[in-house]
Design a protein around this ligand. Structure first.
Ligand SMILES: NC(=O)C1=CN([C@@H]2O[C@H](COP(=O)(O)OP(=O)(O)OC[C@H]3O[C@@H](n4cnc5c(N)ncnc54)[C@H](O)[C@@H]3O)[C@@H](O)[C@H]2O)[C@H](O)CC1
Ligand SMILES: [K+]
Length: 497
């Protein structure tokens, strides 16, 4: 797991690296600028593109000057540098890089007011005005310049952070932020890049390694981490030679209603394809034919109306999940209550299971410790109250996961897993092609399956979320139908052994 850092922690890592490695701050700027150019060249390889680099006079601006110099050396022919002298201050590394630049045959223009910028018709606008040193919202000349840059047609690339964008903390809606197509950021993804609030200001980001001290960063304070494939390799266990279906647990999925049997089928199938030894689906009688026809491997536990069968032996299941397609009426409420009262182990609760708890919050007391809740954003807000920013949701998620002693999986482009110890894990896998109904049902089935196989609920959530995304990436196309994703699972999981 990669530790994710706030801007001030990155600055500390910067200072620590300078103090403890044979590297000066000017070298770090050079590293950062070289690493930026390497990634930039992969995206924009045509050396005849015209590029305008807009620089502030701090270290973000210093990066911009070094980037212009390195791009020139790499053979880009049409580079222009515009320095915004809106402050009397300039950093030492900025000044040194300005001297280095002056020895080259490049067009450099200094402006003192936003109105002096332009005309501008470059193919690419590089924003090196302000980076992680931002300490207040943009106003005055800065704001005017950024607003004007946002009107230009060229592709927009930000150095480190789009100017005016807060790397962490609640992001309000404002115009005074550079709207970047791409940000090439240094060392670690910025926390707000991983939240949907960044979408008006940033389409895409890449991370460049600039050589900050890894051990120092990993040891830093703070709850934020980014999952990586090692987290799956470290957890996933091979199936053993003399194992049998009993070795991989029996999972129970309480799901479906006559009109929403599809959700029950999807989560049961995902559970089966993720490797549970046995999968049973607790479904309404009306769904029995559908289940038998679609999935001969899955056993049925038939509900009549609001009644779970008296013969249900709760103790024989190693894991249970409830919610997909269950409905929110009185019958479903009854089924949920019965399940929570009778299944003594951690349980995975999704969809209507969560909606029912939202409108009957006293049920939360029945949720066993170490259970896994898997809300999407609307379900999250129904459960825990309205939020005005995703940053607030992060704070709430950490708090509720600790107080409830549960793992909370807040589903999104970068799904966030809040653990009972108060960690906040961002998942990088998945694609926008997965934004379609039924995906959540699949995830629930996967997590329930991993719990059945003996993984802790927290590990099951980590593995389920990560592998769900990888399986989605493995299916080519404009959209990923959940059934196709499920069929990719056995092969995808095997890659991580
Ligand atoms: N370790 C690293 O990640 C490295 C980062 N580098 C680059 O340095 C910048 C951060 O540089 P810094 O000089 O600290 O700040 P800025 O250039 O972002 O800002 C300069 C200056 O501007 C003032 N300021 C802040 N907010 C406002 C505002 N709203 N209006 C007006 N003025 C403002 C404030 O005084 C700032 O100090 C980082 O992003 C990287 O690009 C290094 O190159 C290498 C290592
Ligand atoms: K910037």
């Amino acid at each position: 797991m990669l530790k994710l850092l706030t801007s001030s922690q990155i600055r500390e890592a910067d200072a620590y690296t300078i103090a403890n490695k044979p590297i000066q701050s000017l070298d770090l700027m050079e590293n950062a600028s070289r690493a930026f150019v390497e990634l930039f060249m992969e995206d924009f390889s045509d050396r005849t593109l015209s590029i305008s680099v807009y620089c502030g006079t701090g270290n973000n601006g210093g990066d911009g000057l070094a980037i212009a110099r390195i791009l020139h050396k790499e053979g880009y022919e049409r580079i222009k540098v515009i320095i915004a002298r809106f402050s009397e201050k300039s950093s030492l590394d900025f000044n040194i890089n300005l001297d280095r630049l002056k020895s080259l045959d490049l067009e450099v223009k200094e402006i003192y007011r936003a109105a002096d910028a332009g005309p501008e018709n470059a193919d690419i606008i590089i924003d090196a005005l302000l980076g992680s040193g931002l300490n207040k919202p943009l106003d005055g000349e800065w704001k005017d310049l950024v607003l004007w840059l946002n009107t230009l047609d060229g592709a927009k690339v930000a150095v480190d952070i789009p100017s005016g964008f807060k790397a962490e903390g609640a992001v309000g809606r404002t115009d005074a932020v550079f709207r970047a197509d791409l940000a090439i950021t240094f060392q670690r993804a910025r926390l707000n890049f991983l939240l949907p609030d960044s979408s008006p200001y940033l389409k895409y980001f890449e991370v460049a390694d600039i050589g900050l001290d890894e051990a120092f960063m990993q040891d830093g304070e703070g709850p934020y981490y980014l999952l990586s494939e090692d987290d799956i390799r470290d957890r996933l266990r091979a199936r053993l030679p003399f194992s049998h279906k009993g070795s991989y647990g029996h999972a129970l999925l309480v799901a479906g209603a006559p009109e929403t049997m599809g959700a029950a089928l999807l989560c049961s199938k995902a559970c089966l394809y993720t490797g549970a030894g046995l999968t049973s689906a607790c479904i309404p009688a009306e769904g029995l034919n559908a289940l038998n026809a679609a999935m001969p491997e899955v056993m049925a536990v038939v509900r009549e109306g609001n009644r779970l069968p008296a013969s249900l032996q709760w103790g024989k299941y190693q894991s249970a999940g409830i919610g997909p397609g269950l409905g929110t009426g009185d019958k479903s409420l009854h089924v949920l209550k019965d399940t929570l009262k009778n299944f003594a182990k951690p349980i995975v609760i999704d969809a209507d299971g969560l909606n029912l708890i939202s409108s009957n919050y006293e049920l939360m007391q029945l949720v066993p410790e170490f259970s896994v809740l898997t809300p999407h954003v609307k379900e999250f807000d129904r459960l825990f109250g309205e939020h005005t920013s995703w940053w607030e949701r992060l704070e709430t998620g950490i708090d509720r996961a600790v107080t409830l002693g549960c793992t909370i999986v807040l589903k999104n482009r970068y799904t966030i897993i809040f653990t009972p110890e108060g960690r906040c894990l961002f998942n990088p896998t998945g694609t926008p092609a997965m934004a379609t109904g039924g995906m959540g049902d699949v995830l629930t089935g996967m997590i329930v399956s991993f719990v059945a196989q003996g993984y802790t609920p927290e590990d099951a959530a980590i593995m389920g979320v990560y592998l769900h995304g990888i399986a989605g990436e493995s299916v080519q196309g404009y959209v990923v139908p959940p059934s196709r994703l499920i069929e990719a699972l056995p092969e995808v999981i095997l890659r991580y052994l």
